[in-house]
Design a protein around this ligand. Structure first.
Ligand SMILES: Cc1cc2nc3c(=O)[nH]c(=O)nc-3n(C[C@H](O)[C@H](O)[C@H](O)COP(=O)(O)O)c2cc1C
Length: 310
């Protein structure tokens, strides 16, 4: 590999990742369950969504296979922020890869409490807010309303010095409006996207396959949709965009980087291919070299091409 090749990416607030390839929240636990994964290929690990108190999650069935993807309704099963800060973070502090904690909650106050507990804890490199959670006060998801999404982002921003990423839900009419709102409220980066709401019905039993009825669709099935969302958000954003959704190969990751993402996260593929992050990392490096590009930052095609809807 050429020595001048620049695989590292700057995600703001002093956080530079050595690789643009991360593993996505909920598909890599807290980083302890897959010792066979080569961490040296990872830019960062994003943890399972973490709440103030431990949660058991939903009853089975919590996952279902679909054509080129999967549905999940895990229900934020996690050990709670205290366990994360006391037991997991000291171990992460000894690792050579940054760990970003994905934060979830039922209310603005819960997000604030989790963020506050994690601020300044060695081993925690940043926070990613999962705003696809319903707010108990009105049942509305934070991420579907620009005002609510901005209020949440701003409230967390003031209680942490950590890099703050906000993870956008694609289940909205105008994702760019939400992106703008959270950027203005102080987000350092935008993670795009979370899962699409979907469902499957068991025709033999005549009821939904998932215990909750609906779930989040992920995997290759959503890649073109996610790519389009990233394309739209990246055109407007003044902060880095992290592309997520159905990435399986280096070619998939390159599509997101060409669309304007500064980095990518791999989710569902981790269940079927433990070497995915290494392969994607190496494939992106080989592409840069083949095309005479110096780094990931040279990839976005926006300035060279103007595309609109057909
Ligand atoms: C089983 C499962 C659990 C997930 N849990 C979370 C979570 O706790 N918080 C979150 O923000 N996203 C969660 N996600 C969403 C992923 O991080 C990712 O945004 C989504 O799956 C799309 O990427 P993919 O198609 O590569 O999987 C989860 C996804 C799956 C499949």
């Amino acid at each position: 590999m050429a020595e001048s090749l620049e695989l590292s990416v700057d995600l703001g607030r002093g956080l530079r990742l050595r690789s643009p390839v991360m593993v996505a929240s909920g598909t890599f636990g807290y980083g302890f369950d897959a010792p066979q994964v080569d961490r040296s290929a990872l830019g960062a690990i994003v943890t399972k969504g973490t709440t103030l108190r431990p949660r058991d999650g939903n009853a089975p069935n919590r996952i279902a296979e679909t054509a080129s993807g999967m549905l999940n309704a895990i229900g934020l099963q996690n050990p709670g922020v205290e366990h994360v800060a006391r037991v997991f973070a000291p171990q992460w502090a000894t690792w050579d890869v940054p760990v970003i904690v994905n934060v979830a909650g039922d209310s603005v106050d819960e997000y604030i409490a989790v963020a506050r507990r994690l601020d300044g804890v060695p081993g925690i490199a940043g926070l990613e807010l999962n705003i696809s959670c319903p707010n108990v006060s009105d049942g509305l998801q934070f991420g579907v309303d620009p005002g609510l999404a901005a209020e949440l982002t701003g409230a967390v921003r003031v209680v942490t010095r950590l890099p703050l990423w906000v993870k956008l839900t694609p289940n909205v009419t105008d994702i760019v409006a939400i992106a703008r709102a959270v950027e203005n409220a102080g987000a350092d980066a935008l993670s795009a996207i979370n899962t699409y709401v979907g469902m499957a019905i068991d025709v033999r039993r005549r009821r939904p396959v998932l215990s909750r009825g609906t779930g989040g669709l992920s995997g290759p099935a959503i890649k073109p949709l996610a790519l389009h969302a990233v394309w739209e958000v990246a055109a407007e954003a003044g902060i880095p965009v992290i592309g997520i959704g159905g990435i399986t190969t280096a070619a998939d990751a390159l599509e997101f980087l060409l669309a304007g993402a500064a980095a990518v996260q791999l989710g569902t593929v981790n269940y079927t291919w433990a070497r995915a992050a290494r392969d994607v990392h190496d494939g992106v490096a080989a592409y840069l070299q083949e095309h005479g590009l110096r780094g990931v930052g040279d990839l976005p095609i926006r300035s060279a091409t103007v595309l609109t809807h057909a």
